[in-house]
Design a binder for this molecule. Structure first.
Ligand code: ZN
Length: 218
C-alpha cells in the first residue's frame, strides 16, 4: 500500500515528485482505472519541459528511459490524457453498432464526439475509464516512421502530421521501464482499489496509434 499525502502526492522513495499544476484540471474524486501511454518523445525531460507551459496536457506519472518514475500531477486532480472514448460494448461485443447509428449530417469527427458523449452517459465498467475517473501513466518513448515510409511529396504540414500518426511505430518499452510500470500499477491498484480489468493501453480506449504502449507490460 502506498502512502498518499494530503496534496495527492505519493510518499515513496521510488517516486520523484515533479508536480505541474499546468496539467491539472478539476478534482478527481473516484479513480476507476489506469491508462498507460507512450509520450512520443525520447526522454522524460522533453515532456517535463512541455508540462511547464500554461494549460499543457499530461498525465499523473511519467517513466523515464532508466525507469525513474516522476509524479507530475496530484492523484486528487484530473488530467487530460485520454481523449474521446471508443464504445466499450462494441469492442467487447455486448452491443450492436446500431446503438451508435449515425445521425444525418454528422461528419466523421462528429461521430467520434457523439460516440464519446453516449459513452459518458454510462459509468465504468460499462464504459472505459476516461479523464474524469482515471490515472494516466506516460512512458518516455519515441514514435518513428519505419524505413521506406514517408509522406507523399508536396504534402501539407497537416497531411504530414496525419500520415505520421497513421504510419509511425512506437519504440519498445524497455525492461527498466516495464519493471517500474509493474510496480506502479500494482501499488496504485491496491491503494486506490482499482480492478485488474480496468488497466488499459491508450489505443484500446481511444482512437490512437495501435503501437502506443503495445510493448508495455504490468
Ligand atoms: Zn496516449
Amino acid at each position: 500500500m502506498l502512502q498518499i499525502d494530503d496534496q495527492g502526492m505519493l510518499v515513496s522513495a521510488h517516486v520523484r515528485p515533479r508536480r505541474f499544476s499546468q496539467i491539472e484540471r478539476q478534482p478527481l474524486t473516484d479513480v476507476k482505472g489506469i491508462i498507460v501511454h507512450q509520450t512520443g518523445a525520447d526522454r522524460a525531460s522533453s515532456s517535463l519541459n512541455s508540462y511547464a507551459n500554461a494549460k499543457a496536457n499530461g498525465a499523473h506519472f511519467l517513466i523515464d528511459k532508466d525507469g525513474v518514475i516522476y509524479q507530475t500531477a496530484s492523484v486528487f486532480k484530473r488530467t487530460n490524457h485520454v481523449g474521446a472514448l471508443q464504445a466499450r460494448c462494441l469492442v467487447e461485443y455486448s452491443c450492436k453498432p446500431a446503438a451508435f447509428a449515425k445521425s444525418k449530417g454528422f461528419s466523421q469527427a462528429s461521430d467520434v464526439d457523439r460516440m464519446h458523449e453516449i459513452e459518458m452517459l454510462k459509468s465504468t465498467p460499462s464504459r472505459y475509464p476516461s479523464n474524469v475517473d482515471s490515472i494516466g501513466i506516460e512512458i518516455a518513448g519515441k514514435a518513428f516512421l519505419p524505413p521506406g515510409k514517408s509522406a507523399p511529396a508536396g504534402a501539407t504540414p497537416k497531411q504530414k502530421e496525419v500520415y505520421f500518426n497513421n504510419h509511425s511505430v512506437y519504440e519498445a518499452v524497455n525492461h527498466a521501464q516495464n519493471l517500474s510500470l509493474r510496480w506502479l500499477v500494482s501499488e496504485l491498484r491496491q491503494t486506490l482499489q482499482i480492478a485488474e480489468s480496468e488497466v488499459f493501453r491508450h489505443p484500446v480506449v481511444s482512437r490512437k496509434n495501435p503501437t502506443e504502449a503495445s510493448t508495455a507490460s504490468w
